[in-house]
Write a protein that binds this ligand. Structure first.
Ligand code: ATP
Ligand code: MG
Length: 424
Protein backbone atom coordinates (compact mmCIF):
# COMPACT_ATOMS: atom_id res chain seq x y z
CA UNK A 1 0.00 0.00 0.00
CA UNK A 2 1.37 3.44 -0.85
CA UNK A 3 1.50 6.13 1.83
CA UNK A 4 -1.04 8.92 1.79
CA UNK A 5 0.10 12.45 1.04
CA UNK A 6 -1.27 15.05 3.40
CA UNK A 7 -1.86 18.77 3.10
CA UNK A 8 0.91 21.21 4.03
CA UNK A 9 0.97 22.22 7.70
CA UNK A 10 -0.96 25.41 8.30
CA UNK A 11 -2.88 25.12 5.02
CA UNK A 12 -6.51 24.16 5.37
CA UNK A 13 -9.03 22.41 3.20
CA UNK A 14 -12.35 24.15 3.52
CA UNK A 15 -14.82 21.30 3.26
CA UNK A 16 -18.29 21.43 1.66
CA UNK A 17 -20.06 21.69 5.03
CA UNK A 18 -18.08 24.90 5.71
CA UNK A 19 -17.86 26.53 2.29
CA UNK A 20 -21.51 27.42 2.60
CA UNK A 21 -20.71 29.70 5.55
CA UNK A 22 -17.83 31.22 3.67
CA UNK A 23 -20.09 32.01 0.75
CA UNK A 24 -22.74 33.60 2.95
CA UNK A 25 -20.14 35.78 4.70
CA UNK A 26 -18.39 36.74 1.48
CA UNK A 27 -21.66 37.69 -0.14
CA UNK A 28 -22.87 39.78 2.78
CA UNK A 29 -19.56 41.64 2.99
CA UNK A 30 -19.23 42.20 -0.74
CA UNK A 31 -22.82 43.52 -0.85
CA UNK A 32 -21.91 46.07 1.81
CA UNK A 33 -18.69 47.02 0.00
CA UNK A 34 -20.54 47.55 -3.25
CA UNK A 35 -23.12 49.57 -1.32
CA UNK A 36 -20.34 51.95 -0.20
CA UNK A 37 -19.01 52.33 -3.76
CA UNK A 38 -16.07 49.92 -3.71
CA UNK A 39 -14.94 47.99 -6.78
CA UNK A 40 -13.29 44.60 -6.78
CA UNK A 41 -9.70 44.01 -7.86
CA UNK A 42 -8.26 40.54 -8.52
CA UNK A 43 -4.51 40.19 -8.26
CA UNK A 44 -1.83 37.55 -8.83
CA UNK A 45 -0.80 35.36 -5.90
CA UNK A 46 2.85 35.82 -6.84
CA UNK A 47 4.79 39.08 -7.02
CA UNK A 48 8.45 39.97 -7.23
CA UNK A 49 10.04 39.62 -3.79
CA UNK A 50 11.42 43.15 -4.08
CA UNK A 51 7.89 44.57 -4.03
CA UNK A 52 7.18 43.17 -0.57
CA UNK A 53 10.62 44.14 0.72
CA UNK A 54 9.99 47.73 -0.30
CA UNK A 55 6.38 47.95 0.84
CA UNK A 56 6.26 45.96 4.05
CA UNK A 57 9.78 46.86 5.23
CA UNK A 58 12.95 44.79 5.44
CA UNK A 59 12.93 44.67 9.23
CA UNK A 60 9.48 43.21 9.84
CA UNK A 61 8.42 39.72 10.88
CA UNK A 62 6.82 39.16 7.52
CA UNK A 63 9.81 39.97 5.35
CA UNK A 64 12.44 38.61 7.72
CA UNK A 65 10.95 35.20 8.32
CA UNK A 66 7.44 34.66 7.06
CA UNK A 67 7.53 34.88 3.27
CA UNK A 68 7.34 31.92 0.92
CA UNK A 69 10.16 33.02 -1.36
CA UNK A 70 11.78 31.08 -4.19
CA UNK A 71 13.66 31.61 -7.43
CA UNK A 72 11.63 30.83 -10.54
CA UNK A 73 13.17 28.93 -13.45
CA UNK A 74 14.79 32.13 -14.70
CA UNK A 75 16.41 32.83 -11.36
CA UNK A 76 14.10 35.70 -10.45
CA UNK A 77 13.12 35.90 -6.77
CA UNK A 78 9.34 35.66 -6.34
CA UNK A 79 7.16 35.48 -3.24
CA UNK A 80 3.66 34.31 -2.51
CA UNK A 81 1.80 37.39 -1.35
CA UNK A 82 1.74 37.72 2.46
CA UNK A 83 -0.79 40.58 2.25
CA UNK A 84 -2.77 42.46 -0.37
CA UNK A 85 -1.80 46.12 -0.15
CA UNK A 86 1.55 45.77 -1.93
CA UNK A 87 0.07 44.10 -5.01
CA UNK A 88 -2.84 46.52 -5.00
CA UNK A 89 -0.64 49.62 -4.99
CA UNK A 90 1.62 48.05 -7.62
CA UNK A 91 -1.37 47.37 -9.88
CA UNK A 92 -2.95 50.80 -9.40
CA UNK A 93 0.31 52.52 -10.40
CA UNK A 94 1.03 50.10 -13.23
CA UNK A 95 -2.39 50.66 -14.81
CA UNK A 96 -2.38 54.41 -14.27
CA UNK A 97 -5.51 54.31 -12.11
CA UNK A 98 -4.39 56.90 -9.57
CA UNK A 99 -4.23 60.03 -11.70
CA UNK A 100 -6.33 62.81 -10.14
CA UNK A 101 -9.04 60.51 -9.03
CA UNK A 102 -10.44 58.73 -6.03
CA UNK A 103 -10.36 54.95 -6.10
CA UNK A 104 -12.18 52.66 -3.72
CA UNK A 105 -11.00 49.09 -4.09
CA UNK A 106 -11.68 45.75 -2.40
CA UNK A 107 -10.17 42.32 -2.88
CA UNK A 108 -10.64 38.85 -1.45
CA UNK A 109 -8.10 36.08 -1.53
CA UNK A 110 -5.50 33.78 -0.06
CA UNK A 111 -2.38 35.13 1.67
CA UNK A 112 0.69 33.15 2.69
CA UNK A 113 2.92 33.52 5.74
CA UNK A 114 5.35 31.01 7.16
CA UNK A 115 4.16 31.43 10.75
CA UNK A 116 3.96 28.93 13.56
CA UNK A 117 0.62 27.27 12.85
CA UNK A 118 -1.84 27.38 15.74
CA UNK A 119 -5.50 28.04 16.25
CA UNK A 120 -6.53 30.88 13.92
CA UNK A 121 -2.96 31.41 12.77
CA UNK A 122 -2.31 29.62 9.51
CA UNK A 123 0.20 29.58 6.68
CA UNK A 124 -2.45 30.03 4.05
CA UNK A 125 -5.28 32.27 5.18
CA UNK A 126 -7.80 34.52 3.51
CA UNK A 127 -8.36 38.23 3.70
CA UNK A 128 -10.96 40.62 2.45
CA UNK A 129 -9.13 43.87 2.04
CA UNK A 130 -10.10 47.44 1.24
CA UNK A 131 -7.98 50.33 -0.05
CA UNK A 132 -8.99 53.93 -0.74
CA UNK A 133 -6.70 56.17 -2.80
CA UNK A 134 -6.81 59.92 -3.19
CA UNK A 135 -8.42 61.02 0.09
CA UNK A 136 -6.36 62.55 2.87
CA UNK A 137 -9.11 63.76 5.21
CA UNK A 138 -10.33 62.02 8.33
CA UNK A 139 -13.90 61.68 7.03
CA UNK A 140 -12.91 58.68 4.94
CA UNK A 141 -11.06 57.13 7.90
CA UNK A 142 -14.31 57.43 9.83
CA UNK A 143 -16.47 56.07 7.03
CA UNK A 144 -14.22 53.04 6.67
CA UNK A 145 -14.63 52.33 10.38
CA UNK A 146 -18.38 52.78 10.14
CA UNK A 147 -18.43 50.36 7.21
CA UNK A 148 -16.51 47.72 9.19
CA UNK A 149 -18.96 48.23 12.07
CA UNK A 150 -21.74 47.53 9.58
CA UNK A 151 -19.99 44.27 8.62
CA UNK A 152 -20.31 43.04 12.20
CA UNK A 153 -23.84 44.33 12.56
CA UNK A 154 -25.02 42.54 9.41
CA UNK A 155 -23.33 39.33 10.51
CA UNK A 156 -24.85 39.61 13.99
CA UNK A 157 -21.55 40.08 15.88
CA UNK A 158 -21.72 42.20 18.99
CA UNK A 159 -18.47 41.61 20.83
CA UNK A 160 -15.82 43.26 18.69
CA UNK A 161 -13.96 46.19 20.16
CA UNK A 162 -12.55 48.98 18.02
CA UNK A 163 -9.09 50.24 19.01
CA UNK A 164 -7.57 53.26 17.32
CA UNK A 165 -4.29 55.13 17.46
CA UNK A 166 -2.32 57.63 15.43
CA UNK A 167 1.22 57.01 14.24
CA UNK A 168 1.70 60.62 13.20
CA UNK A 169 3.98 61.80 10.42
CA UNK A 170 7.34 60.24 9.64
CA UNK A 171 9.03 63.33 11.10
CA UNK A 172 7.14 63.01 14.38
CA UNK A 173 7.94 59.33 14.46
CA UNK A 174 11.65 60.08 14.08
CA UNK A 175 11.62 62.14 17.29
CA UNK A 176 9.62 59.49 19.07
CA UNK A 177 11.97 56.81 17.79
CA UNK A 178 14.89 58.46 19.56
CA UNK A 179 12.95 58.49 22.85
CA UNK A 180 12.07 54.87 22.35
CA UNK A 181 15.66 53.80 21.64
CA UNK A 182 16.74 55.68 24.75
CA UNK A 183 14.08 53.96 26.85
CA UNK A 184 14.81 50.46 25.61
CA UNK A 185 18.58 51.03 25.82
CA UNK A 186 18.12 51.81 29.49
CA UNK A 187 16.35 48.46 29.87
CA UNK A 188 18.57 46.37 27.63
CA UNK A 189 18.64 43.36 29.93
CA UNK A 190 14.87 42.93 29.55
CA UNK A 191 14.86 42.77 25.74
CA UNK A 192 14.61 39.44 23.89
CA UNK A 193 16.78 38.56 20.91
CA UNK A 194 14.40 39.94 18.26
CA UNK A 195 13.98 43.22 20.11
CA UNK A 196 17.75 43.57 20.56
CA UNK A 197 18.19 43.30 16.86
CA UNK A 198 15.42 45.84 16.23
CA UNK A 199 16.56 48.35 18.77
CA UNK A 200 18.39 50.34 16.12
CA UNK A 201 16.97 49.02 12.85
CA UNK A 202 13.26 49.36 13.66
CA UNK A 203 12.54 50.09 17.34
CA UNK A 204 8.80 50.71 16.84
CA UNK A 205 8.52 47.03 15.94
CA UNK A 206 9.40 46.17 19.54
CA UNK A 207 6.03 47.62 20.57
CA UNK A 208 4.36 45.07 18.29
CA UNK A 209 6.17 42.13 19.93
CA UNK A 210 4.00 39.15 20.86
CA UNK A 211 6.43 38.05 23.62
CA UNK A 212 4.52 38.16 26.94
CA UNK A 213 7.79 38.73 28.84
CA UNK A 214 8.03 42.17 27.25
CA UNK A 215 4.50 43.24 28.15
CA UNK A 216 5.29 45.42 31.16
CA UNK A 217 8.33 46.95 29.53
CA UNK A 218 6.22 47.89 26.50
CA UNK A 219 3.39 49.23 28.63
CA UNK A 220 5.74 51.64 30.35
CA UNK A 221 7.41 52.82 27.17
CA UNK A 222 6.99 56.45 26.04
CA UNK A 223 3.83 56.96 24.01
CA UNK A 224 3.75 58.00 20.41
CA UNK A 225 0.61 60.08 20.99
CA UNK A 226 2.70 62.47 23.11
CA UNK A 227 4.96 63.21 20.13
CA UNK A 228 2.37 63.73 17.39
CA UNK A 229 2.83 66.59 14.93
CA UNK A 230 0.05 69.19 14.81
CA UNK A 231 -1.45 68.00 11.54
CA UNK A 232 -1.67 64.39 12.72
CA UNK A 233 -3.06 65.49 16.05
CA UNK A 234 -5.77 67.45 14.29
CA UNK A 235 -6.51 64.54 11.96
CA UNK A 236 -6.84 62.20 14.93
CA UNK A 237 -9.13 64.62 16.78
CA UNK A 238 -11.31 64.97 13.73
CA UNK A 239 -11.56 61.23 13.36
CA UNK A 240 -12.72 60.96 16.96
CA UNK A 241 -15.24 63.72 16.43
CA UNK A 242 -16.73 61.92 13.41
CA UNK A 243 -16.88 58.64 15.32
CA UNK A 244 -18.46 60.26 18.37
CA UNK A 245 -20.98 61.96 16.15
CA UNK A 246 -21.92 58.70 14.46
CA UNK A 247 -22.12 56.93 17.81
CA UNK A 248 -19.40 54.40 17.06
CA UNK A 249 -17.63 53.28 20.23
CA UNK A 250 -13.84 52.94 20.29
CA UNK A 251 -10.92 52.92 22.66
CA UNK A 252 -7.61 54.65 22.09
CA UNK A 253 -4.77 52.16 22.34
CA UNK A 254 -1.53 54.18 22.44
CA UNK A 255 0.55 51.05 21.88
CA UNK A 256 -1.13 50.04 18.66
CA UNK A 257 1.56 50.26 15.97
CA UNK A 258 0.65 47.46 13.48
CA UNK A 259 3.11 44.94 12.10
CA UNK A 260 4.00 46.63 8.82
CA UNK A 261 6.12 49.70 8.19
CA UNK A 262 3.99 51.63 5.75
CA UNK A 263 1.41 53.16 8.08
CA UNK A 264 1.09 56.78 9.22
CA UNK A 265 -1.60 58.76 11.07
CA UNK A 266 -4.67 56.56 11.71
CA UNK A 267 -4.22 52.90 12.60
CA UNK A 268 -6.91 50.63 14.00
CA UNK A 269 -7.81 47.09 14.95
CA UNK A 270 -11.07 45.31 15.69
CA UNK A 271 -10.37 42.82 18.46
CA UNK A 272 -12.22 40.12 20.33
CA UNK A 273 -11.42 38.14 23.46
CA UNK A 274 -13.26 35.10 22.10
CA UNK A 275 -10.49 33.70 19.91
CA UNK A 276 -7.72 33.29 22.47
CA UNK A 277 -4.55 35.16 21.66
CA UNK A 278 -5.42 35.49 17.96
CA UNK A 279 -7.90 38.22 18.78
CA UNK A 280 -7.46 40.67 15.91
CA UNK A 281 -10.10 40.10 13.28
CA UNK A 282 -9.65 43.22 11.18
CA UNK A 283 -6.82 45.75 11.04
CA UNK A 284 -5.55 48.63 8.98
CA UNK A 285 -4.61 52.25 8.72
CA UNK A 286 -3.36 55.12 6.62
CA UNK A 287 -0.36 54.81 4.33
CA UNK A 288 -0.04 58.21 2.69
CA UNK A 289 3.58 57.81 1.59
CA UNK A 290 3.48 54.38 0.05
CA UNK A 291 2.26 55.12 -3.47
CA UNK A 292 4.99 57.69 -4.01
CA UNK A 293 7.57 55.40 -2.46
CA UNK A 294 6.68 52.83 -5.13
CA UNK A 295 7.13 55.29 -7.97
CA UNK A 296 3.58 56.64 -8.24
CA UNK A 297 2.44 60.22 -7.74
CA UNK A 298 1.91 61.57 -4.23
CA UNK A 299 -1.39 59.86 -3.30
CA UNK A 300 -2.87 59.58 0.17
CA UNK A 301 -4.28 56.16 0.97
CA UNK A 302 -5.97 54.17 3.69
CA UNK A 303 -7.00 50.55 3.94
CA UNK A 304 -7.57 47.48 6.05
CA UNK A 305 -7.72 43.71 5.84
CA UNK A 306 -9.93 41.32 7.70
CA UNK A 307 -9.05 37.69 8.32
CA UNK A 308 -11.84 35.48 7.09
CA UNK A 309 -10.76 32.40 9.09
CA UNK A 310 -10.92 34.40 12.31
CA UNK A 311 -14.19 36.06 11.38
CA UNK A 312 -15.80 32.72 10.58
CA UNK A 313 -14.38 31.12 13.74
CA UNK A 314 -15.93 33.95 15.71
CA UNK A 315 -19.28 33.50 14.00
CA UNK A 316 -19.08 29.80 14.85
CA UNK A 317 -18.13 30.53 18.45
CA UNK A 318 -21.16 32.79 18.72
CA UNK A 319 -23.33 30.13 17.05
CA UNK A 320 -24.46 32.50 14.36
CA UNK A 321 -24.39 29.89 11.65
CA UNK A 322 -27.37 27.77 12.48
CA UNK A 323 -30.27 27.20 10.14
CA UNK A 324 -28.74 28.47 6.97
CA UNK A 325 -30.96 27.35 4.10
CA UNK A 326 -28.47 28.49 1.48
CA UNK A 327 -27.83 25.04 0.00
CA UNK A 328 -31.21 23.44 0.66
CA UNK A 329 -32.56 22.01 -2.60
CA UNK A 330 -36.11 22.82 -3.58
CA UNK A 331 -36.71 19.61 -5.45
CA UNK A 332 -35.43 16.04 -5.54
CA UNK A 333 -36.44 14.32 -8.77
CA UNK A 334 -36.94 10.58 -8.40
CA UNK A 335 -36.76 8.50 -11.56
CA UNK A 336 -37.51 4.78 -11.49
CA UNK A 337 -36.85 2.82 -14.67
CA UNK A 338 -35.03 3.56 -17.91
CA UNK A 339 -37.91 5.35 -19.58
CA UNK A 340 -38.29 7.63 -16.55
CA UNK A 341 -34.61 8.52 -16.71
CA UNK A 342 -34.91 9.81 -20.27
CA UNK A 343 -38.08 11.81 -19.54
CA UNK A 344 -36.73 12.92 -16.18
CA UNK A 345 -33.53 14.53 -17.41
CA UNK A 346 -35.43 16.56 -19.99
CA UNK A 347 -38.04 17.54 -17.39
CA UNK A 348 -35.28 18.73 -15.07
CA UNK A 349 -33.75 20.89 -17.78
CA UNK A 350 -37.15 22.36 -18.63
CA UNK A 351 -37.70 23.28 -14.99
CA UNK A 352 -34.24 24.84 -14.79
CA UNK A 353 -35.08 26.94 -17.86
CA UNK A 354 -38.35 27.98 -16.30
CA UNK A 355 -36.91 28.77 -12.82
CA UNK A 356 -33.29 29.98 -13.07
CA UNK A 357 -32.88 30.05 -9.26
CA UNK A 358 -34.18 26.52 -8.85
CA UNK A 359 -32.10 24.09 -6.79
CA UNK A 360 -32.98 20.69 -8.17
CA UNK A 361 -31.24 17.38 -7.63
CA UNK A 362 -31.99 14.62 -10.11
CA UNK A 363 -31.61 11.12 -8.79
CA UNK A 364 -28.92 9.61 -11.00
CA UNK A 365 -27.68 6.07 -10.59
CA UNK A 366 -30.98 4.13 -10.52
CA UNK A 367 -32.43 2.23 -7.59
CA UNK A 368 -35.93 1.39 -6.35
CA UNK A 369 -38.54 3.77 -4.95
CA UNK A 370 -37.73 3.11 -1.33
CA UNK A 371 -34.07 3.78 -1.83
CA UNK A 372 -34.74 6.96 -3.82
CA UNK A 373 -37.19 8.26 -1.20
CA UNK A 374 -34.52 7.87 1.46
CA UNK A 375 -32.05 9.85 -0.64
CA UNK A 376 -34.71 12.49 -1.34
CA UNK A 377 -35.39 12.88 2.36
CA UNK A 378 -31.71 13.03 3.25
CA UNK A 379 -31.03 15.67 0.59
CA UNK A 380 -33.05 18.17 2.62
CA UNK A 381 -35.23 18.99 -0.40
CA UNK A 382 -38.67 20.42 0.24
CA UNK A 383 -40.45 18.49 -2.48
CA UNK A 384 -39.99 15.26 -4.38
CA UNK A 385 -41.01 14.87 -8.00
CA UNK A 386 -41.73 11.29 -8.90
CA UNK A 387 -41.44 9.65 -12.29
CA UNK A 388 -42.24 5.93 -12.28
CA UNK A 389 -44.05 3.54 -14.63
CA UNK A 390 -47.55 4.62 -13.48
CA UNK A 391 -46.75 8.32 -13.85
CA UNK A 392 -45.26 7.79 -17.30
CA UNK A 393 -48.24 5.73 -18.45
CA UNK A 394 -50.57 8.57 -17.36
CA UNK A 395 -48.28 11.35 -18.62
CA UNK A 396 -48.21 12.71 -15.09
CA UNK A 397 -45.56 13.69 -12.58
CA UNK A 398 -45.94 12.78 -8.92
CA UNK A 399 -45.46 15.62 -6.43
CA UNK A 400 -44.82 15.06 -2.74
CA UNK A 401 -44.11 17.46 0.09
CA UNK A 402 -41.18 15.92 1.97
CA UNK A 403 -41.38 18.20 4.99
CA UNK A 404 -45.10 18.33 5.75
CA UNK A 405 -47.74 15.62 5.93
CA UNK A 406 -49.77 16.09 2.74
CA UNK A 407 -51.32 13.64 0.25
CA UNK A 408 -49.21 13.03 -2.85
CA UNK A 409 -50.42 14.99 -5.87
CA UNK A 410 -50.12 14.43 -9.58
CA UNK A 411 -49.62 17.01 -12.35
CA UNK A 412 -49.10 17.26 -16.09
CA UNK A 413 -45.87 19.07 -17.07
CA UNK A 414 -47.60 22.39 -17.65
CA UNK A 415 -49.71 22.11 -14.50
CA UNK A 416 -46.58 21.28 -12.54
CA UNK A 417 -44.93 24.49 -13.75
CA UNK A 418 -47.99 26.50 -12.76
CA UNK A 419 -48.02 24.82 -9.36
CA UNK A 420 -44.30 25.50 -8.80
CA UNK A 421 -44.80 29.15 -9.78
CA UNK A 422 -47.20 29.47 -6.87
CA UNK A 423 -44.67 27.87 -4.52
CA UNK A 424 -41.29 29.34 -5.46
P1 ATP B 1 -1.36 39.31 14.01
O1 ATP B 1 -1.05 40.46 14.89
O2 ATP B 1 -2.50 38.46 14.51
O3 ATP B 1 -0.18 38.54 13.55
P2 ATP B 1 -1.10 40.94 11.71
O4 ATP B 1 -0.87 42.25 12.31
O5 ATP B 1 0.06 40.17 11.19
O6 ATP B 1 -1.94 40.00 12.69
P3 ATP B 1 -2.34 41.92 9.31
O7 ATP B 1 -1.16 41.70 8.49
O8 ATP B 1 -2.75 43.28 9.62
O9 ATP B 1 -2.26 41.04 10.63
O10 ATP B 1 -3.59 41.15 8.67
C1 ATP B 1 -4.93 41.53 8.88
C2 ATP B 1 -5.74 40.40 9.44
O11 ATP B 1 -5.49 39.18 8.74
C3 ATP B 1 -5.43 40.04 10.88
O12 ATP B 1 -6.08 40.91 11.74
C4 ATP B 1 -5.95 38.64 10.98
O13 ATP B 1 -7.36 38.64 11.14
C5 ATP B 1 -5.63 38.07 9.63
N1 ATP B 1 -4.39 37.29 9.69
C6 ATP B 1 -3.11 37.74 9.65
N2 ATP B 1 -2.23 36.73 9.72
C7 ATP B 1 -2.97 35.59 9.80
C8 ATP B 1 -2.66 34.19 9.87
N3 ATP B 1 -1.40 33.77 9.87
N4 ATP B 1 -3.68 33.31 9.94
C9 ATP B 1 -4.98 33.72 9.94
N5 ATP B 1 -5.33 35.01 9.85
C10 ATP B 1 -4.36 35.94 9.78
MG1 MG C 1 1.28 38.71 12.10
Amino acid sequence: MSTKIQAIRGMNDILPEKTIFWRVVERKLSDILIGYGYQELRLPLLEKTALFQRVIGEVTDIVEKEMYTFDDRNGESLSLRPEGTAGCVRAMIEHGLLRNTIQKIWYNGAMFRYEKPQKERYRQFHQIGVEVYGLSTADIDAEILLMTARFWQVLGLKDLELQINSLGSSVARATYREKLVEYFSNNLEQLDEDSHRRLHSNPLRILDSKNPDLKTLIENAPQLLDYLDDESKQHFEQLQMFLNDAGLKYTINPRLVRGLDYYNKTVFEWVTTKLGSQGTVCAGGRYDGLVEQLGGSNTPAIGFALGLERLIALLEAEQLFQNTKENQPHIYLMMVGNEALIKGLSLAEQLRNEFPQLKLITHCGGGNFKNQFKKADKSGAKWALILGETELANQQIGFKNLREEQPQQSFSRSDLITHLKSLL
